[in-house]
Design a protein around this ligand. Structure first.
Ligand code: ADP
Ligand code: MG
Length: 321
């Protein structure tokens, strides 16, 4: 099976950007057909820019991008018929009711009335929107509005779904429901491109991950491959009386409440575990989390904002959809 998305040397400089710093520097990646492709990165890394270009809403400055086998600059119409997108900033039609907005969206995408009704009901159930179905979109809270938008896209039959930070602002329960819905769409052999700055979300859902930092791809692969590429694939926490100097030889040590966190390799992790148990210390050990990997390759946590490289936050008006 070919790639759902194939990007080569993609570069984007927003015309109105004062700093002329590229939002995407030189992005080359392939999103395989089927599964969830997670795009992670800090605020301002370039995730939304990539999504908007792939969803044919924004033109790249240079480079090539093919989506579902079509070049984005030529196959726009064909691509649009086969994709569905939850944009980062979403304003679904306010004067409609929840069930209408979902149903009409599915009808507009070309489904017949029976199928559109069936899917509307299924996705309303799936995302627990039942109590809101007759409510006007303009009367919804931000979180429910976001879920409605997810319902439109996840209820569709598009081959390729773009979800740009779909769960931002949702409570933990609603987030899990969106996750379930994403998993269901993925089981239907559709391709989902998901951007998120929740690393637990990326880890829970993605079959493949791309980490973008300052418009560049810094790490890409299946979650297990990413682990294999970091210096220290294991994390060990030790609590109790042990001098830090005893731990230093095993890897990278940092202080945590009541003890230490050691990033290390597998043999050292075993040895550490053995020694800690002998001394009666409390210990936990496991593979590094995506959070740890992020910190290791980027050098700072994902929540930390990128210093703005273009103060101009004006939205470019090339969106045609
Ligand atoms: N319409 C725009 N005009 C100028 N600069 C923009 C515009 N949209 C985004 N940018 C800049 O491009 C960079 C990447 O932004 P974005 O793709 O939104 O990142 P992310 O989605 O990862 O937070 C940021 O520096 C941002 O300030
Ligand atoms: Mg974004």
């Amino acid at each position: 099976m070919g790639s759902a998305i194939s990007a080569r040397h993609l570069r984007k400089i927003y015309p109105k950007s004062a700093s002329r710093t590229p939002a995407l520097v030189d992005l080359t990646l392939d999103v395989p057909t089927g599964g969830v492709y997670g795009v992670i990165g800090r605020n301002g890394a370039g995730k939304t820019t990539f999504i908007r270009i792939a969803a044919t809403q924004l033109e790249p400055t240079s480079g090539t991008l093919s989506v579902l086998g079509e070049d984005v600059t030529r196959g726009e119409r064909t691509i649009r018929a086969r994709i569905a997108c939850v944009p980062q900033e979403s304003r679904p039609l306010y004067f409609l009711r929840v069930e209408e907005v979902i149903y009409l969206y599915l009808k507009m995408r070309g489904l017949d009335a029976v199928e559109a009704h069936r899917r509307t009901n299924a996705v309303i159930d799936e995302l627990s929107l039942g109590e809101f179905r007759h409510r006007l979109v303009s009367r919804l809270s931000g979180g429910v509005r976001r879920r409605t938008l997810c319902a439109m896209v996840l209820g569709s039959d598009a081959d390729l779904l773009f979800l740009d930070e779909p769960t931002t602002g949702l409570d933990p329960l609603a987030r899990r429901e969106v996750w379930q819905s994403i998993r269901r769409a993925s089981r239907e052999h559709r391709t989902i491109v998901l951007t998120t700055h929740y690393l637990d979300e990326a880890e829970a859902l993605s079959s493949r991950l791309a980490l973008i930092e300052r418009g560049q791809l810094v790490l890409e692969g299946a979650p297990a491959d990413l682990r294999a590429r970091v210096r220290y694939p294991y994390r060990v926490t030790i609590q109790g009386a042990i001098p830090r100097s005893d731990l230093e030889p095993y890897g990278q040590v940092s202080s945590i409440e009541g003890g230490y966190l050691v990033f290390t390799r597998e043999p050292e992790a075993r040895e550490l575990a053995r020694r800690a148990l002998e001394k009666g210390l409390r210990l936990s050990m496991g593979p590094v989390s995506l959070e740890d990997i992020f910190l290791d390759v980027v050098g700072r946590p994902i929540e930390e904002d990128t210093p703005a490289n273009g103060e101009d936050d004006e939205r470019e008006v090339t969106a045609k959809a």
